[in-house]
Design a protein around this ligand. Structure first.
Ligand SMILES: [Fe+2]
Length: 244
C-alpha cells in the first residue's frame, strides 16, 4: 500500500459555494471538503474570483458560505482549517480595491494571488505585477503555465528574479491540461521556478480538490524535498505571513 500523504495545504481553491464558478451549491462544497480531507489536505485557502470592473463581488454571500464551510470542516475533523483570500483578476481597479480592503489578501497576510487574461502580453503582466509589489504585497502569479506569453522559460525566470512567486496547477503537472502545459510546468519544476502547487479546484469531477497524486509524482521525479516545499512548507509561510 502507498504511504499516506497528509498535512498538505491547498492555497488556490474555489471551494466555498455560491460566490463564483466554483462549488455550485452547499452539497457540492461539502463533498469537495470531504474529498480534500481524504486526500490529505489539512489547510485550505479559499480564493474566489474577484474581478474588478467585470463582476461585483458579493462579500455578504462570501462570509455566509465561508462560515458554513468552516462549520462543516469542524464536523469532519479538528485538524482541518479554512482561510480567506481571493484570486484577483488583474485590472486597473485592482489596486484601489485592494487598498480599500474590498479584496482579501491570502489568510489576511501580505500575500496576494493574481491572475490575468491568458492572452495578456508579457510586458503588461510584468508591469502590473511590479505595481502590486511596489505597494508592498508579496505577489503570487496564479497558474503561470496557462499564460500564453509566458511559454518561454526565460520570461518566467525573469519574473522570479524580480521577486514574483509562481503557482502552478496540479492538473497541469499531471498532464490533464494537455501536453504543452505538462511539458512547460515540468520544465518549470526542473528549473526550480515554482513556489506553490495548488488544485485550483472548482468541482468534484473535472477540477477536484486533490493534491496527493501530484505530490507523489513530484516526489518521485524531483525529490521529496520539492514536493514538501511546494505543498506544505511554502503555503504554510502564507498562513503565517512569513517570507518563503
Ligand atoms: Fe482559480
Amino acid at each position: 500500500m502507498k504511504d499516506r500523504i497528509t498535512g498538505l495545504t491547498d492555497m488556490h481553491t474555489h471551494i466555498v459555494c455560491g460566490i463564483d464558478d466554483g462549488a455550485a451549491n452547499l452539497r457540492a462544497m461539502k463533498k469537495m471538503l470531504e474529498m480534500a480531507y481524504q486526500d490529505g489536505i489539512r489547510h485550505i485557502i479559499s480564493t474566489p474570483h474577484f474581478m474588478p470592473g467585470r463582476r461585483k463581488f458579493d462579500e455578504a454571500t462570501y462570509q455566509k458560505s465561508f462560515a458554513l464551510a468552516q462549520q462543516y470542516m469542524e464536523q469532519i475533523a479538528d485538524d482541518f482549517d479554512l482561510y480567506q483570500g481571493n484570486e484577483i483578476y488583474f485590472h486597473e481597479q485592482a489596486l484601489p480595491e485592494l487598498q480599500n480592503g474590498h479584496i482579501h489578501t491570502l489568510a489576511d497576510g501580505p500575500y496576494i494571488l493574481v491572475e490575468f487574461n491568458p492572452q495578456r502580453e508579457f510586458l503588461y503582466i510584468r508591469q502590473s505585477l511590479r505595481l502590486l509589489q511596489e505597494r508592498g504585497y508579496r505577489v503570487i502569479l496564479a497558474h503561470a503555465e496557462r499564460m500564453k506569453h509566458l511559454n518561454q522559460i526565460e520570461r518566467i525566470e525573469e519574473l522570479v528574479e524580480r521577486g514574483i512567486y509562481i503557482q502552478v496547477n496540479a492538473d497541469s503537472i499531471m498532464g490533464k491540461n494537455g501536453h504543452t502545459l505538462k511539458q512547460l510546468s515540468r520544465q518549470m519544476l526542473r528549473e526550480s521556478l515554482v513556489h506553490f502547487v495548488a488544485s485550483d479546484c472548482h468541482d468534484t469531477t473535472k477540477r477536484p480538490p486533490m493534491l496527493s497524486a501530484c505530490y507523489r509524482k513530484i516526489a518521485k521525479r524531483y525529490g521529496e524535498h520539492m514536493a514538501h516545499a511546494l505543498m506544505r512548507l511554502n503555503p504554510q509561510a502564507i498562513l503565517e505571513g512569513k517570507p518563503l
